[in-house]
Design a protein. Structure first.
Length: 245
């Protein structure tokens, strides 16, 4: 399928933010899915995943969540492997710079810049730190977010009064969560308060993958786990087909 790919500069309260948009080239309305990227930022794997999702018939939007630190910042696996002492702290600095409020404003600004109406249902996917953004968005916009997916999530539970797990029971739209049983970065145990909060909800599915580590999504990355990645893809696409078509 031929795709249309562009970068839109969205105005924000913190200057312009790059918004990646990929969709089928045919000029017809497509369901919209927002991707909240992970810690390494926007990189080749982000573009590849967007193309795969666009090829399935979706308009895919990825806001540059690190735009307050620079434009389209990202670390490739090869860079991290070659110089972890440089790129590791750099990435963690980017990650620590984002806030829940900032990310939620970013998604609003991105949707507005692309021309997605306030009454248009959208789907959301979050990887790693992006999963926390999915939780926030689904609670904040229950009438707008038709469905969500979290792949190898991070930061779903902490000691703060407004930790995502404290409002997780308010999620009303279908949600898929995939996590590796061998996740050494953000373990199942670390998310237990969130998982316990959504366990009574029939519209939330939590799936664990034996042997899968954090970041299992990305082909070519050290933690890539084909079964976990393929299964999460199949479950997520089925969810979006059911709720966005």
């Amino acid at each position: 399928m031929d795709l249309s790919e562009e970068i839109i500069d969205a105005p924000t309260g913190n200057g312009e933010m790059a918004v990646l948009v990929k969709q089928p080239a045919e000029s017809v309305d497509r369901p919209t899915v927002v991707i909240f990227h992970d810690g390494p930022g926007i990189r080749t794997a982000t573009h590849d995943f967007m193309r795969k999702l666009a090829g399935a018939g979706y308009r895919v939007i990825t806001p540059d969540l690190y735009h307050r630190q620079g434009r389209l910042l990202g670390v490739e696996p090869e860079q991290m492997a070659a110089d972890r002492d440089t790129y590791g702290p750099m990435m963690m600095g980017w990650l620590r710079s984002v806030t829940d409020a900032g990310i939620q404003q970013d998604v609003d600004d991105a949707l507005a810049a692309v021309g997605v109406g306030d009454d248009t249902k959208v789907g959301v996917i979050g990887f790693c730190m992006g999963a926390r953004a999915v939780a926030r968005a689904m609670v904040r916009l229950p009438d707008r977010i038709a469905a969500g997916a979290m792949w190898h999530p991070s930061f779903l539970a902490d000691d703060a009064p407004d930790s995502p797990h404290r409002s997780a029971s308010e999620i009303t739209s279908p949600l898929y969560i995939g996590i590796g049983e061998a996740d050494q970065v953000q373990s199942i145990a670390m998310h237990r308060p969130f998982f316990d909060a959504v366990a009574p909800l029939d519209h939330v599915e939590i799936e664990t993958f034996p042997g899968a580590d954090h970041g299992y999504t990305w082909p070519g990355a050290p933690a890539y786990h084909q079964v976990a990645s393929d299964t999460s893809w199949d479950k997520t696409i089925a969810l979006f087909e059911r709720t966005l078509r």
